[in-house]
Design a protein around this ligand. Sequence first.
Ligand SMILES: Nc1ncnc2c1ncn2[C@@H]1O[C@H](COP(=O)(O)OP(=O)(O)OP(=O)(O)O)[C@@H](O)[C@H]1O
Length: 844
Amino acid sequence: MPELVLELNGQSWTLDPTRSYSLGRDPQGDFVLQDSRVSWRHATVRWGGQSWVVEDHGSTNGTYAQGQRVQQQLLGPGTVIHLGNATDGPRLSFTGGAEPYQSQQTAAMPYQSGQGAAYQSQQAPAAPYQSQQAPATPYQQQPPQIPATTPYGQPGGPPPQQPAGAPPADGGQPNNGATSLHQFAVGQVTRIGRALENELVVPDLQVSRLHAEFQAHSDGRFEIHDMGSHNGTYVNGQQLPKNGRANLGPNDTVGIGHSTFRLVGNQLQEFVDTGEVSFSARHLTVQVNNGQTTILNDVSFGVPEKSLIGVIGPSGSGKSTLLRALTGYRPATYGEVLYDHRNLYTHFAELRHRIGLVPQDDILHTALPIRQALRLAAQLRFPGDVAVAERNNRVEEVLAELKLLPHADKRISSLSGGQRKRVSVALELLTKPSLIFLDEPTSGLDPGMDRDVMQLLRGLADDGRTVLVVTHSVAELGLCDRVLVMAPGGGVAYFGAPDEALNFFGYDNWADVFSAFENYRDYDWMGRWRGSQHYQMYAADLDAVQPQAAPYQPMGVIQQKAQTWGSQVLTLMRRYAAVILADKGFLGLTVALPVILGLVSLAIPADSGLGYGPPENGLRNGDASIVLLVLVVGMCFSGAANAVRELIKERVIYERERAVGLSRSAYLMSKVFVLGIVTVLQGAILCVIGLAPREMPEEGVLFTSSPAVEMSLVIMVLGCTSMMIGLVISALVRTSEMTMPLLVMISVVQLVFTGALFQVHGTLGVEQLAWLMPSRWALAGAGTTVDLNTLTASPTEEPDPDPLWKHEAGFWLLDVTALLVLAVICGFLVMKFLRRHEPEVMRA
Ligand SMILES: Nc1ncnc2c1ncn2[C@@H]1O[C@H](COP(=O)(O)OP(=O)(O)OP(=O)(O)O)[C@@H](O)[C@H]1O
């Protein structure tokens, strides 16, 4: 029987072939490794009959031999195994014992054999830690606790003690090797930023040119000072106020772009997130209806870096809910999501830039060419001080990476489904996220494109990202590292290797598995999974950690925005204008509508136009009110029609952009400005066509010599107020289809309450209701100019003039002011309703 000696942390044990040895953080295990990259029950070493072998138990961060992740590895003298990280994870080395070792090479899994040198080994005890020679270490009488691999280089300093299974208290990257070290002297100020003149240069487009300053005060205090950075400086995941300061202690981490800094002695250690991060979910539970209904039930899983995870499950099993919980869009009621050991929900403000999300719908305006759309998106996502050339270079890099360069100037709408998905992925890659989530990217694609997209995702993961894809398509699941199968009711039915999944369910194909879900909805699929060996291998260590006791508390609004408000408005306006100009159909309709409505108004016979009627008729001219009515209702309709689909059709884009820092009010203002210009132009066309051929009143009330201008102004303001009503409808509805009936209803209501069809003043209820109608105020405004009270006076009845139609400047101003007030009220309503389209964490 070959004898094998395990060396770990300077100690050695001769292994007993009659038993197996468990490795992990579990204090009940044989070898306890207090390193947070090591899973609870990470791996087992045992005699496999012919040779020694180490078996990984589906650990989150993996077991490595010769730099390669291994599931199972033969062991012999000279073999070196790392846990949790291929290079600097806790190291297990194996040597031969007193007996010569019979090396057992296999072609498939060779190990390094060799040495077999004489070795002073200790006898392996039945349980190795029980009979250790009392070592002069703090771990006396303890399992062989393996100190973390002194990540911070503190000579003689104790390893950071993490509560087993919990995220590091500091929220940092405690055990990743530092990417670089920066010395500082007491009294020195170290400037940190993207520009080369900084002492500490961070070449990351998410970082401002001069981002922050680190100060080592002579009194021993250390301070970080945000220098008005665009994307913010974070201390332990919490954003410093712009230009804010904070004292730093040795356990504090400072987040700047993709880098995390930590203070160690007289060094600043920098950890750069290059994408190779672990990701796990623990006990994620989502409840709705005040906790009455659970739609995601205690989901736990974990994956190492560079993994592609497929999430499948029957309709309604909670896949979208899971995606929203994992991305922080709708945080789980209980449980936590760990990104590189950091709680995503509490660090969302900082980590959200490291997450890419590709929803099912396009997140770019399909009327635009790819390059232009990506450039505009980059403008919104990168800090304001990133030069145009830098941004454009990044766009070209991403285009090249996703093989989109040959199509860069084609409109997105002209691309195939698979290429369109590539464009959405390209957009998300701009900011170099470490985690990418995709919601059914292959739905509606043919099998060839399905494979194409899945291979693309495989490549993205291999290049150093974690990719999670929710899919209905099972044909290419084999490309995934892990598959998560959701069961009816929102629980996990399986998590593990894709090629073991069908075997686990006992079926030959996925159709049968899904039929079983359908036919046995009440079966305890989750219990079956929890009782399985796969569960022990893949998820038990995550589940061993207690769920977070307190439900998630919304953290309030995230203030930090990459661009200033004004710059966001300008970028959005440019984009919106480009989309409108690219849409020839919309442009044609926008011009045709006021032209046709103006011409239609001319069809109304009105001998005296909008002027006074013949004196013998008492100056009456009843036709004028009909002409005004048509112009007013026409403008109401045009203004609202312009806006009514604007927000709902961009809902997915808005939600995504809001999560990466778009200002709600900037978004609304861009719509108001661009649509306002369009609406004012429409009003001008309508008035020129509708008023120019008509006889005009002798004088206006404010612009006395230009009554036509006075009336046109009212019509244009009415158009803008109606546009705001259109935006309210657009923010309110859940689907585009609902907008048309509401538009028709609003237009008819406006028509009825103008005051031209019947008298609205003086009737309690009706008069007050009419105050809410822009058409009422607009007809009144134009009515003051044409002196509608005189034109519509009844020859037989006692005069009962409408108080809002008085031929006086004050009433004209009152009518126009009322229109503007209604527009502002609508603006507030839109802001309120827009919140419903936003990720929950962004709502304030
Ligand atoms: N806010 C909510 N209130 C109540 N029930 C909800 C809510 N959101 C989702 N649900 C329910 O939770 C379940 C899971 O929904 P989810 O959209 O996550 O499923 P899914 O697996 O993504 O479905 P599909 O494959 O059809 O998209 C469904 O039954 C859905 O009706």
